[in-house]
Design a protein around this ligand. Structure first.
Ligand SMILES: Cc1ncc(C[n+]2csc(CCOP(=O)(O)OP(=O)(O)O)c2C)c(N)n1
Ligand SMILES: [Mg+2]
Length: 574
């Protein structure tokens, strides 16, 4: 096996990835990965994004794959470099995001003999990948070229089909790792004509589901994160036409229209409301929303519950779902719309609607005037245009978006790493979404992030200057993990501040300076709006900091919940 063989095979491999539809790849530097990096970079149909840090590279690829809906390749060298991709691979597994991980490795004769930068990379990511394959790179015979072309297609289609997810190919590579410049790569005519992939993968459209009981009477739809935002508008229209309350997480894209119940998280904290609005039938679409009151309410219902998911995934922590439909929900809705389903009684939706509107007014009144964490989340939902992506960090940002976003036609697309709920890699994911957005529709990307999450992935900011990508970062800086004040651990005062809340005192304007970003500090809603509008219209990454106080934030959330409760009608008195 010579360098020519290695490069011939890898060129065919990358050619097939591009033919299948891949647009983006991420690289990280090293010696052993040189042939893979160079082959990806030299494939003109791929846009290769260079990273210093493999953890950032992995999350950047994840964000790009989420935004584009297509697999993204990520490569790195051997050793702990490959281990640094693990968090992104795990998130991709849980969130069903197609990634193709290409790790370089030592050849067999250099394993377990003390060679440098060598660890056991076989099945390194365990069950978090859909498929692992050790690629025996050999002589580039026509048979081997056909094999590697098939392998690339198999990796691509495996990542997208069924539940999408990550696949891992490990490439043992022998020196020399660069080509002899005097010998150009020979032609290779093993590819198919017409730029077609070597293997086309066809999965038949799923049949419209049959069997089970048709939904009836007092129905609610609960819509969580879904991969197909285009179907969300249809869902909102369907719910409105059928007068079905639509409890839609902003991650579903369906929090819009007259049936959208935006504030279910607050409504369902009222035991009287929750009891009086028990449905006869629940249709669950996409992932389960984060809201604890919603989850608890669903768990305590005795209604029929049906879950619709394109992959038939078994998400049901409380074991209450009685029927699973494996189909995109669009085809389920078509089936329902064409059936003799009787629309829910008019007063059913009206009662939800009145309550939701009352809570919305209570929120407005309570948040008015000053810049708080909930107001920032709510305002971004109202200000951002439909072509924008709002990438939301885990912890309080995603909860505030779920609790406070109002229903709106044409709001931003909301993305978040909710597969494993990590606060890691958030900055890199947002930059990845920005990279893919440029190819999709050019819309801006805004990141809503807490200070600990930003500090955790501060290296992700390097993408701003190195890769020329602009993300508007709205930083909620409460100097620590504000979320923990909502938990019983907040009472453990001997260790809480130092070991749980973890204040750090970081001055993020210095991080902005280090990474070549703009920086603004805003104190009022008007200032924030001006800064966000300037940020999304501009071509540079800006960190817009809003300082808040963790204790005050807890108190404000309680005041909003009290105001919401007081705004709801309580016929029996309270
Ligand atoms: C990788 C990872 N480590 C730790 C956690 C646990 N965790 C959840 S929220 C949080 C604090 C986040 O703080 P910040 O980003 O400032 O948001 P805030 O809670 O203030 O809204 C931590 C450490 C996690 N989810 N993921
Ligand atoms: Mg914080």
């Amino acid at each position: 096996m010579t360098a020519t063989d290695t490069y011939l095979l890898l060129r065919a491999f990358c050619d097939e990835l591009a033919r299948c539809g891949m647009q983006h790849a991420c690289t990280a530097p090293g010696s052993r990965c040189t042939p893979i990096v160079l082959s990806l970079v030299r494939e003109n149909r791929l846009r290769c994004w260079s990273h210093l840090d493999e953890r950032c590279a992995g999350f950047f690829a994840l964000g790009a794959a989420k935004r584009s809906g297509r697999p993204v390749a990520v490569t790195c060298t051997s050793g702990t470099a490959a281990a640094n991709l693990a968090p992104a691979v795990i998130e991709a597994h849980h969130a069903r995001v197609p990634l193709i991980v290409l790790t370089a490795d030592r050849p067999p004769e250099l394993r377990e003999v003390g060679a440098g930068q060598t660890i056991d990379q076989l099945k390194l990511y365990g069950d978090a990948v859909k498929w692992f394959f050790e690629v025996g790179v050999d002589q580039a015979t026509p048979a081997a070229l056909r094999f590697i072309r098939t392998l690339a297609c198999r990796a691509y289609w495996t990542a997208v089909a069924g539940p999408p997810g990550p696949v891992h190919l490990n490439f043992p590579l022998r020196e020399p790792l660069v080509l002899d410049r005097s010998a150009p790569l020979p032609e290779d005519d093993t590819g198919r004509g017409g730029d077609r992939p070597y293997v086309i993968f066809d999965s038949p459209a799923p049949a419209t589901p049959a069997g089970g009981t048709h939904p009836f009477g007092r129905i609610v739809i609960v819509a969580g994160q879904d991969r197909d935002p285009s179907a969300a508008q249809e869902l909102a229209r369907f719910a409105a036409a059928a007068r079905i309350p639509l409890l839609a997480d902003p991650l579903s894209g369906a929090r819009a229209g007259p049936a959208a119940i935006a504030h279910y998280d607050l409504l369902l904290r009222d035991p009287e409301f929750a009891a009086a609005h028990r449905p006869e039938f629940v249709i669950r679409i996409g992932d389960l929303p984060t809201s604890k009151p919603l989850r608890a309410w669903l768990a305590g219902l005795h209604s029929a519950q049906i879950a619709i998911d394109p992959d038939g995934i078994w998400h049901d922590p409380d074991a209450v779902v009685g029927m699973r439909v494996r189909a995109p929900y669009r085809s389920f809705l078509e089936g329902l719309a064409g059936s003799d389903v009787v629309a829910a009684p008019a007063e059913w939706l009206a009662s939800w609607r009145t309550a939701d509107d009352a809570v919305a007014s209570a929120i407005e009144r309570t948040l008015e005037g000053w810049l708080s964490e909930p107001l920032v989340a709510r305002s971004l939902g109202e200000w951002l245009p439909p072509e924008a992506v709002l990438y939301v960090a885990s912890s309080m940002p995603i909860r505030d978006v779920e609790e406070f976003f109002s229903a709106r036609e044409g709001g931003p697309r909301v993305l978040s790493n909710r597969g494993a709920n990590g606060i890691d890699g958030t900055v890199s994911s947002a930059f990845g979404a920005r990279a893919a957005a440029r190819a999709v529709d050019g819309g801006p990307v805004v990141l809503l992030v807490g200070d600990v999450a930003l500090a955790h992935d501060i290296g992700g900011l390097l993408a701003a200057s190195r890769l020329g990508l602009a993300v508007t970062i709205v930083l909620l800086n409460n100097d620590g993990g504000g979320i923990f004040h909502f938990l019983p651990v907040a009472g453990e005062t001997d260790a809480f501040e130092e070991h749980v809340a973890t204040p750090h005192g970081l001055d993020f304007s210095r991080a902005a300076a280090l990474y070549g970003c703009e920086y603004r500090r805003t104190e009022t809603p008007a200032e924030l709006r001006a800064a966000v509008e300037a940020g999304v219209a501009g071509a540079v990454t800006t960190i817009i900091e809003v300082r808040t106080d963790r204790e005050e934030n807890l108190a404000l959330h309680r005041r909003v919940a009290d105001a919401a409760l007081a705004a709801l009608p309580h016929p029996g008195g309270r």
